[in-house]
Design a protein around this ligand. Structure first.
Ligand code: UTP
Length: 297
């Protein structure tokens, strides 16, 4: 039912103030979990889901991000000379073929909805995915791939959703469920950062979306929502009134909020523990620090 999704927007124009001073000169998306920048996880997830065109919405100071996806001939030559084939392969996985990647500037941080709207001309009249690289999801099958498969059945709009403790719901976009079918939940509404007493559920929307072109048309109105920002949530919710359904998707996997320091640290530990070359040493270290901090209490 849903059309094939081949384009993804990566809105990375935010200021990343929660990571200052680091983000004064380093884009948040280039910060590394173990040895790979956040953006590499996002790209790998998109590729696994069948995405062919990668559209980055950037801003001033994000040059390192553009360089990251470029070939690095001098480095490659050096690694080849030294016979470091494994590193050479690792490096090649970061190159993007010419024409597959595009960068658009958002000149002012007017909100996530506005950032998505900036990619309007490159999207045209097709469904598209949106990936926020600071939501990192560890999953056997990538979250976006799970969503693409579900979307093929449902069409409409689809947002990744997860249950959060009720007191945390006001930090997210929240779904107002109409029909809970298990992994797919049809919504009758959606509200961005509701006051705790107004949250319609504890089903929070996180940074993966498959959206209909009608959402771009809704964003054309550039209405300000919560926090004075142009909210993507509002533009998606408008579609419900216009008869285009919105589905939440309960993905299988664990999401880390790498836009926050605590989430970033947790992801660092979790991803490092998955690595055979780091696991034992890190585990030993964690046991040592936890037992010495328990002893100190
Ligand atoms: P956040 O709310 O996490 O904001 O944006 P931020 O600027 O990245 O980080 P803090 O809160 O200041 O620490 C969620 C996503 O939306 C993008 C961000 O880059 C991030 O991927 N975004 C947000 C834009 O691209 N443009 C905007 O105007 C706002």
């Amino acid at each position: 039912m849903g059309k094939k999704v081949t384009k993804a927007i990566f809105p990375v124009a935010g200021m990343g103030t929660r990571f200052l001073p680091a983000t004064k000169s380093v884009p948040k998306e280039i910060m590394t979990l173990v040895d790979r920048p956040l953006v590499q996880y996002a790209i790998d997830e998109a590729r696994e889901a069948g995405i062919k065109e990668f559209i980055f919405v950037t801003s001033r100071g994000k040059g390192a991000l553009e360089d990251y996806f470029d070939n690095s001939p001098i480095l490659e030559q050096e690694l080849r000379k030294k016979g470091k084939d494994e590193l050479l392969e690792t490096l090649k996985a970061t190159n993007m073929e010419s024409g597959a990647i595009a960068y658009i500037r958002q000149h002012k941080a007017l909100g996530l909805g506005h950032a998505v709207w900036c990619a309007k001309r490159l999207i045209g009249n097709e469904p598209f995915a949106v990936i926020l690289p600071d939501d990192v999801i560890a999953a056997e099958t990538s979250c976006l791939k799970q969503m693409v498969e579900a979307y093929e059945e449902t069409g409409g709009n689809m947002v990744a959703a997860m249950e959060v403790p009720p007191e945390k719901a006001s930090a997210y976009g929240v779904l107002d469920p109409k029909n809970d079918m298990g992994s797919v939940i049809e919504a009758k509404g959606m509200v961005e950062k509701p006051a705790p007493e107004d949250a319609p559920s504890n089903l929070a929307v996180i940074g993966r979306y498959i959206l209909a072109p009608s959402v771009m048309r809704n964003l054309n109105q550039k209405r300000q929502g919560a926090g004075g920002e142009i909210q993507l949530t509002d533009a998606i919710a408008e579609d419900i009134d216009q008869g285009v359904p919105v589905f939440g998707f309960r993905f299988k996997g664990k999401r880390y909020d790498c836009g926050s320091k605590a989430g970033f640290l947790q992801a660092t530990v979790a991803f490092a523990l998955e690595r055979p070359d780091l696991r034992d040493e890190l585990m030993q270290y964690l046991q040592d620090v936890t037992s010495s901090s328990n002893a100190a209490q």
